[in-house]
Design a protein around this ligand. Sequence first.
Ligand code: TYM
Length: 331
Amino acid sequence: MENKKEIVLSGIRPTGFLHLGNYYGALRNWARMQYEYDCYFFIADWHSLTTHADTKDLKTNTRRMVSELVAGGLDPEKCVIYLQSDIPEIAELYLYLNMLAYRGELEKTSTFKDKVRQQPENVNAGLITYPVLQAADILIHRALKVPVGKDQEQHIEMTRNFAERFNHRYGEVFPLPVAFNYGGELVKILNLDGSGKMSKSENQMNTIYLNDDDVLITRKIMKAKTDQGPVAVNSKKPDYIQGLFTLLSLVSKKDTVDKFEEDFNQCRIRYGDMKKQLAEDLVSFIRPLRENAQRLQQNPAHIDGILSDGAGKARKSARATLVKVREAIGF
Ligand code: TYM
């Protein structure tokens, strides 16, 4: 039997700077998976048009994002890194999948409902079929594992539905992909006031970006929402406090986390001390990533080289899938 590695695919929209949510929800897994699987990682520049019609900064944003991904651990020798817009085969598959996607399910998608609230004046067809394009991204390589954060879970479930429908109607072409995280549970990193998930474009003081400098990281953490502390032992933590503990558990030593957990449980926590420690540990974690990304960005030709190399490999895989798809449909 052929000994092939499982195929992994994931992507990110170039709509802002990379933040800790992207890192812990996605990139950290990607950087580890590249050594164990056949990995494809891409910049979803077509998807960004559903919300960001102005494309004047697209190229700069895309290159910056690739620099951040490489600084965050992706090795272009170990995985395929490419732009969605370089792979026209994805658009063709999107077209076929659109015939298998129904208005009712698309309108019920949580991310769609959020966007309708955020941009009621621009509810375009691309926005409503966003999950179909995402399914095409995944199925074009017949990927099995999709490392993403919690917010993408529903899109992966929809991808499975579209794949199943395709297989049922035209014949078995696609495996059914699953959302993946090494820890088991998918991750959701909260923003600094605990009011929702950390995100690229919402309130910038509530999000820690991998591009933030030391002073800014410290300022954001010191301003993060806290309260007087718990009044009863072993209380449940409010979301905004849990968010800080989650960050602490990601960047600080186990002893440090245990100490603050114990202080919280015994109602003697001093949030000022905890935030100081968290800021210090975040700064040590982010500084090398930021410096590396900035260094890489000074060489756009190198980044373009990574992307054209990646496009070549991704198109080869995409073409092979399309041959099967066209044959199954009966063209
Ligand atoms: P995007 O660009 O919003 O985010 C990229 C990745 O980061 C994760 N993420 C988070 N994880 C935990 N906590 C957070 N606060 C947080 N914020 C973002 C996301 O879950 C994602 O894994 N639709 C996708 C892009 C995409 C895609 C795909 C992903 C297009 N096609 C195919 C996988 C497979 C998106 O908008 O991700």
